[in-house]
Write a protein that binds this ligand. Structure first.
Ligand code: PMP
Length: 352
């Protein structure tokens, strides 16, 4: 009954979602503040009659709102069921083993190699520098490149590549190979590469409503780039599922985009809490990588990451540990509210 393809799958392991409100969740980089109050208004006034029909397969309203937000045209915007789905379409559409290896950083979003295996794309992981930042020169030294993908800021390190360096990389990269920048965490203090889209036809920027927009539960992500790249993503979508975004999600997202003032406020608070947590940890002798994301990546000499993870879990706090060579000592901690951070620090002070 089971296909050979299925037997060869190596699925991604998502962070725990225990459905138990007693845990303080600092493990999947969700926003600790709720979505815009305008989202609540949509939920309170939405007419179920609207669910009778299929949603718009072109997401025209949402795409035009996002295009306005970024100073782009609607045909430079694609959207999908979470940026994970958008990414999977990107891997299908643009990376071909005939062209060489797809390259990405050694420590990065662990879904990338999963998509590569799923679609039969060969890949090469490029080592990070000793400070865990991305080394653009080693990206450029690689031969036979099918394309490049990296998150900016990188995950799980949180380290940002400044926009000047991003542009330098794109400029020096083969023009007939795609550069994908996954900006899931860019709104927490980074500078987006979106303004470069009209300059470079081979640049695609991926974004999500899950983190800075506090809407992980609706599953919505999008891609911004040259219209030919976007048309390719529509071709993949329409060969897989014409309606990946439901009517209610579209309405919620449109309302959220209309309230960026609210989001600027909550995300500024996250940045503040990140600074405070970093200082508190450093005072206790923890080493914290410089983060521009809504999480930090930290370790303490003499402690294993799995031990730290287990101790916090025993005390009702979920953090994320990756059992990958080179980062086993670290745990990744999502930035929470003041209260969440106080609970976290009080466990840390008593346990370690
Ligand atoms: N990219 C990166 C770097 C991420 O960390 C995540 C979240 N796990 C995603 C993409 C996917 O986000 P979503 O599917 O919720 O849009």
């Amino acid at each position: 009954m089971f296909s050979k393809r299925l037997k060869e799958l190596k699925p991604y392991i998502p962070g725990e979602q225990p459905g138990d409100a007693n845990y303080i969740k600092l493990n999947t980089n969700e926003n600790p503040f709720g979505p815009s109050p305008r989202v609540k208004d949509i939920l309170n006034t939405f007419d179920p009659e609207n669910l009778r029909l299929y949603p718009d397969p072109l997401f025209k309203n949402l795409r035009s709102k996002l295009a306005d937000k970024y100073g782009l045209l609607p045909n430079q915007v694609f959207a999908g069921n979470g940026s994970d789905e958008v990414l999977s379409f990107v891997f299908f559409a643009f990376f071909d083993t005939l062209n060489g290896n797809l390259i990405f950083p050694e420590h990065t979003y662990s879904f990338y190699p999963v998509y590569c295996d799923f679609y039969g794309i060969s890949y090469q992981k490029i080592p990070l520098k000793s400070d865990f930042s991305i080394d653009i020169n080693s990206f450029l030294k690689t031969h036979e490149i099918a394309g490049l993908i990296f998150p900016n800021p990188n995950a799980p390190t949180g380290i940002l590549m400044p926009l000047k360096e991003v542009e330098d990389l794109i400029q020096r990269f083969p023009k007939d190979r795609l550069v994908v920048i996954d900006e899931a965490y860019i709104d927490f203090g980074g500078q987006s590469a979106v303004p470069l889209i009209d300059k470079y036809n081979n640049l695609l920027v991926i974004k999500t409503f899950s983190k800075s927009m506090s809407l992980a539960g609706i599953r919505l992500g999008y891609a911004l780039g040259n219209e030919k790249l976007i048309a390719a993503l529509f071709a993949v979508k329409d060969s897989f599922n014409s309606y990946p975004i439901d009517t209610l999600t579209l309405k919620i997202a449109e309302a959220a985009v209309s309230d960026m003032g609210y989001y600027d406020k909550i995300n500024k608070k996250i940045i503040q809490n990140r600074k405070k947590l970093t200082l508190d940890l450093e005072q206790k002798g923890w080493n914290v990588l410089p983060s521009s994301a809504n999480f930090i990546f930290t370790r303490k000499e003499g402690l294993s990451g799995s031990h730290v993870y287990k101790k916090f879990k025993e005390k009702g706090i979920l953090v994320r540990h990756f059992n990958h060579d080179g980062i086993k000592d670290f745990v990744r901690i999502t930035i929470g509210t003041d209260e969440m951070m106080e609970s976290f620090m009080s466990v840390l002070k008593t346990e370690f």
